[in-house]
Design a binder for this molecule. Structure first.
Ligand code: HEM
Length: 279
C-alpha cells in the first residue's frame, strides 16, 4: 500500500496496488495466450493442411454453411488481445527507468547485487520495450487483415513482405518476456510456493528455462517453415491456399491434384486458384 502526502496529510492509496493487480492479471492472460498462440502457429510444422484447418477454425468456419467462416471472429479476437496488450504496456511503463541516469543507477546496482531475479526483471523491461513497437505492428496487420491467414498468405507475409526479421526479434522477446513474467507472477503472489520456498523457486526457474527453450525452438522452426513456403510461393505471392487442389503424393511431397470437375458441365470448377496453386 503506497503512502501519499496530500495537503500535508499522509493518506494511504490503494490505486498502486490495484494497478499492480491489473498488470498481473493482464500479464497472466497474455502469457498464457502466447503459449496457445505458439502452438496454433506451429501447426504449420504438421503441414499446410493443419495450419489451414487451425486458421479456418479460428474463423469459425464450422458455423458457416459455405465453410468460409467469419474473419470478423478473428478481428474481435485480435481487438481483445490488442486491448489487453495496450493496458498491460501502459501499466508497465510506470516501472520503466525513464531517464539515462535512472538506467545507469539500476545497471550499477545490478552489478553490485548480482541477484538473478533482479537481472530477470531488467530483461523483462528491455524485452517489454521492444515488444511494444514490434507487437503493435504485428497486431495492426492482423487487425486490418483478419481474413488473410492461411499457409500461403502467412508465408507470403513472412517472406515476400519481409516480416521475418520482425518476427524473429519479436519471437525472442515474447518468449523471454512471457516466461520470465509468468515465473515472476508465481514468485510475487506465492503460487506453487510449496513447503520449501527455496526448493520451489529453483524448480519454477527450471520450468521457466525449459519453457523458454521449448517455445523458442518451435517458434524458430515454424518461422523457418513459413520462410521456405513463402520463398517457394514468391512468384505467386498473394494467392491464397486452396486445399482442394493439394494432395500428398507417394513421395510425401505436396503436389497438385487434377482440377475438380463440376457435376453439371463436365468443366473444371470456376475458381481463382485452379491453375495457380502449383507446389
Ligand atoms: C489474436 C491476436 C493474434 C493473432 C490472430 C496472431 C496471429 C499470428 C499468425 C497468423 C502468425 C503467423 C504469421 C503470419 O500470418 O503473419 C503469427 C506469428 C507470430 N506472432 Fe502472432 N497473433 C496474435 C497476437 C500476437 C501477439 C500479442 C504477439 C506478441 C506480442 C504475437 C507474436 C507473434 C510472433 C513472434 C510470431 C512469429 C512466430 C513464429 O513463426 O516463430 N502475436 N501470429
Amino acid at each position: 500500500m503506497e503512502r501519499l502526502i496530500v495537503n500535508d496529510r499522509i493518506r494511504t492509496s490503494r490505486t498502486p496496488a490495484r494497478m499492480d493487480l491489473a498488470q498481473s492479471g493482464t500479464g497472466l492472460v497474455l502469457g498464457l495466450f502466447m503459449w496457445v498462440h505458439m502452438f496454433l502457429v506451429a501447426s504449420i510444422l504438421l503441414g499446410k493442411g493443419s495450419f489451414n484447418f487451425v486458421a479456418k477454425t479460428m474463423e469459425l468456419s464450422f458455423l458457416s454453411d459455405t465453410g468460409h467462416g467469419y474473419p470478423s471472429a478473428v478481428f474481435f479476437a485480435v481487438l481483445g488481445v490488442s486491448s489487453l496488450f495496450i493496458i498491460h504496456a501502459a501499466l508497465g511503463v510506470r516501472k520503466f527507468p525513464i531517464s539515462w541516469k535512472q538506467h545507469t543507477i539500476i545497471r550499477s546496482q545490478m552489478g553490485m547485487m548480482k541477484h538473478s531475479d533482479t537481472n530477470l526483471w531488467y530483461w523483462q523491461v528491455v524485452t517489454g520495450f521492444i515488444m511494444f513497437f514490434l507487437g503493435s505492428v504485428h497486431l495492426f496487420i492482423m487487425l486490418t487483415h483478419p481474413g488473410q491467414i492461411d499457409p500461403y498468405l502467412s508465408a507470403d507475409r513472412v517472406f515476400s513482405s519481409t516480416m521475418w526479421p520482425l518476427y524473429l526479434v519479436l519471437l525472442v522477446c515474447v518468449e523471454l518476456h512471457g516466461t520470465i513474467g509468468l515465473y515472476r507472477l508465481c514468485m510475487k503472489w506465492g503460487w506453487f510456493g510449496g513447503k520449501d520456498p527455496v526448493k520451489s523457486r529453483k524448480m519454477l526457474k527450471m520450468i521457466k528455462n525449459r519453457a523458454t527453450i521449448f517455445f523458442l525452438v518451435i517458434g524458430v522452426l515454424a518461422l523457418l517453415v513459413f520462410f521456405i513456403i513463402g520463398w517457394r510461393h514468391s512468384d505467386r505471392a498473394g494467392e491464397p491456399y486452396n486445399p482442394v487442389h493439394t494432395t500428398v503424393t507417394a513421395s510425401g511431397l505436396a503436389d497438385e491434384a487434377p482440377p475438380a470437375i463440376s457435376s453439371d458441365h463436365g468443366e473444371p470448377e470456376a475458381n481463382d486458384h485452379t491453375i495457380s496453386n502449383k507446389e
